[in-house]
Design a protein around this ligand. Sequence first.
Ligand code: ZN
Ligand code: ZN
Ligand code: ZN
Length: 366
Amino acid sequence: MTAPHDERVAALRLRLTESSVHAAVLAPGSDLRYLTGYDALPLERPTLLLVTREGPARIVVPRLERMRAQAEVSLSDLVVVDYGEHDDALGLAAELLDASEAASIAVGDRTWTSFTLGLQRALPGRSWCSATELVAHGRRVKDALEVERLAAVAARIDDVHRRVPDVLVAGRTEAEVAADLSAMITEEHERVDFVIVASGPNAASPHHEPGERRLQRGDAVVVDIGGTRDGYCSDMTRTYAVGSVPEGFAEPYAALRRAQQAAIDAVRPGATVGDVDAAARDVLEAAGLGEAFVHRTGHGIGLDTHEEPWIIGGGTRVLEPGMAFSVEPGFYLEGRFGARIEDIVVVTTDGVRVLNVVDRDLVVVP
Ligand code: ZN
Ligand code: ZN
Ligand code: ZN
């Protein structure tokens, strides 16, 4: 498949025109990767992509990054403007924007404040807005290549979860288990993004940092792991029981299993993000676990682990084919235990494709 970056920049130009904005400025981050393919280093030396309504896109880069930028940016019409160690990079970017008579300028949300303030000082009297908003629509709806990348990385994290029972051994610490899982993720991904191993009462904290607690028989353990491969992220949770199922756990877990399935079943074009959230929340509320489900049902995923669309209660955003997000209800009972089940799904033309396939029933590790 050919690189889609020319089309993405063309779409951004269209949005600029529609929004009466003259130029967009993007710093290193996933918006820049989305538009150009360039995984630029977020340095104190500014790297700034400048997209105006007409003319080639320009990228201002430190001279020592020029070769990487030229190799990685896959735009057919691009001018690389480099600067030396003692040059005023923001002044240079401001000059280019000034020369293109940009009166209204959009800046990406991930741009360092020092860069934005520097540009604003150099370009007084302009109006400023968020460039991320202008790129967001394209990023929310994945194209076929992006869906395949997400499916491929989801299959990798499935493989890691299949191996989790081997390392969940009573007597080991969460940190030891997490180190093993990091190594496994590294085998399958180019980068580990996060490893949550939350055992026993620690599982009541959704983003627990793995620590020195030793796994015990009768613990429920939440394992939530993710990494990046070919630029796209995985994110998947299963809950395991060590030796035996904790007392009072089987019933709420069964409700959680039903809640997650109900949310997956609610995914289709035309449904809202609120419908998906409600499908999970209704089941947990009916089981008396409404208060214990302390977070949204899911988040979009792509170049970032967390991106739009947000699967939130009351959310009115309408699902479109190509949207990809997590479905991850959970319950968290302080002092006792917690559980979460998380899969990545993609909206299809007539329903849903679930990218993670590992069994969702509670796995009791011998
Ligand atoms: Zn999370
Ligand atoms: Zn997760
Ligand atoms: Zn997630």
